[in-house]
Design a protein around this ligand. Structure first.
Ligand code: LFR
Length: 472
């Protein structure tokens, strides 16, 4: 096999990027060719993604990718989970909602009235998050929003469709809808029928690594490419792609994919569906190569980014690295609060909400921005440590190393405090794990590399040596 280059379109909750990955038998390089902001828009009916803006960013990125790499072999898309567009034929019906939009409350009640949470967990193995696709769809159905639709595409599948003309549902991301049967990985027809959802909405499921098609002629013209470029389905759920690129080399290893959300857990061969697992709200999401991502969503760096946004709106601008450095040397008392309190889910004034939480729980209120940042990072680290202990217990594994990948791997304070609170060494990086996982699964589909996830991870470990933090 020889080396070659593919492009990853990776859409995150706060920004999107297009990365080029050059991969060979013993070779792995990635570089960014485009970055663009992802800024949600609130309109009269709620909070939406600006999906056309994201698509334009992706197309612009592909244009740069082709200019830099005329022999580009292929492209694949990943993004956050659960959200979708409804279509009739080729036409998108309305703008996709943001999972932080509040419309799903009614959907939760409807679904749970039909299927008690315990029965649902037995079927789909998913943690309860009020924005899981199944609840969003129940809310849409109530509002008549499904009436004209003949298909539903999750966000990365929508971009894949616009690029290739092929409507598919990639399995790792489909597993986050709540409508896929956890043990066999197919659409749960009975569940779909019981909820009164039209079965015809859901496209054919494909595994990560499936060749989907190639860029449409109009797309090729737009990006200035004169040759065939393949479109592949990768782990289109960003977390699934990130887990592919966690440089785990041994047993007893956990991971934290730390970005807007923090996904804390382990990789397993099969699901854990015990009542204890459900009570602890652990999820069994579909991984690449049929692995199970057994993890829990922890609120994540969202608490920090939303605090910064709040201060900016009030006319106070801080640079995050500066604040974090000061937070690291903060020697006063540090309040630890429950980062997963539901009040922190929706966009809004995070500093005020954190202080209100502290007041209600008789905790010391953080006053200054530095103190508040320390309090957030300390609370995240404590939540990581706790979640790791529970993951170990529920899955019957021993955890002696934890990897942190994604943006949070650059946050030295967070990495060190995670080691301190959990008592196990932290291995940090790569920061672009999601795009790397996307690139590697494409590269394997193209035959540029071969082997199991273990050999792909060994390649990541060689190309991106992690930084180690020992517990103090
Ligand atoms: C991370 C992520 C999480 C998912 C959340 C919402 O980017 O994909 O895995 O729970 O976003 O989709």
């Amino acid at each position: 096999t020889s080396a070659g280059t593919v492009a990853a379109i990776d859409l995150g909750a706060s920004s999107g990027r297009v990365m080029l990955g050059h991969v060979g038998h013993n070779e792995l390089n990635v570089r960014s060719v485009a970055r663009f902001a992802n800024t949600p828009v609130r309109t009269i009916d709620g909070l939406h993604w600006n999906i056309l803006d994201l698509y334009r960013g992706a197309i612009g990125g592909l244009r740069s990718a082709v200019r830099e790499e005329p022999e580009l072999l292929g492209v694949a898309v990943d993004s956050w989970a659960v959200d979708y567009a409804l279509l009739r034929g080729q036409r998108m019906l309305g703008n996709p909602f943001h999972y932080r939009d509040g419309r799903t409350t009614a959907g939760v009640d409807i679904v749970h009235a039909t299927l008690p949470p315990a029965e649902l967990y037995g079927r789909n193995g998913l943690q309860f998050l009020p924005f899981n696709t199944v609840y969003q769809l129940a809310a849409d159905r109530l509002a008549g929003g499904l009436d004209d639709a003949d298909s539903l595409l999750l966000i990365p599948d929508l971009i894949t469709y616009w690029l290739s003309g092929e409507k598919i549902a990639e399995r790792t991301n489909a597993s986050t809808t709540g409508l896929v049967e956890v043990s066999h990985g197919d659409w749960d027809d009975e569940l779909i029928a019981r909820l009164g959802l039209p079965r015809g909405l859901f496209p054919r499921l494909v595994d990560a690594g499936t060749h989907v098609g190639s860029l449409l002629p109009d797309v090729l013209a737009e990006i200035g490419a004169g040759h065939r470029i393949d479109v592949t389905a990768v782990g289109s759920h960003d977390t699934a792609s990130a887990v592919v690129a966690v440089p785990m080399t041994g047993q007893n290893t956990a991971y934290i994919s730390s970005g807007t959300w923090s996904l804390v857990g382990v990789e397993l061969a099969g699901p854990v569906l015990s009542e204890a697992s459900r009570a602890a709200n652990f999820t069994n999401e579909g991984g690449v190569d049929g692995r199970v991502r057994y993890l829990r969503n922890v609120m994540g760096l969202w608490l920090l980014s939303e605090s910064l946004r709040t201060w900016e709106l009030a006319g106070q601008t801080f640079d995050l690295p500066g604040l974090l450095a000061q937070a690291g040397t903060w020697s006063g008392p540090v309040t630890v609060f429950d980062v997963d309190d539901p009040r922190f889910l929706a966009p809004g004034d995070m500093p005020s909400r954190i202080r209100a939480y502290c007041r209600e729980h008789d905790l010391r209120e953080p006053v200054t921005p530095v103190e508040l940042v320390r309090c957030i990072v300390e609370s995240l680290a404590e939540a990581y440590a706790h979640t790791l202990r529970v993951a170990a217990e529920l899955s019957g594994t021993r955890i002696d190393t934890v990897h942190i990948v994604g943006g949070g791997s650059l946050n030295e304070l967070l990495c060190q405090l995670t080691a301190d609170h959990s008592g196990v060494p932290v291995l940090a990086g790569p920061v672009e794990a999601t795009a790397i996982g996307n690139v590697l699964v494409q590269a394997r589909a193209q035959g540029l590399v071969t082997g199991s996830l273990e050999s792909l991870r060994a390649l990541v470990a060689r190309a991106f040596a992690p930084r180690r933090y020992d517990p103090r």
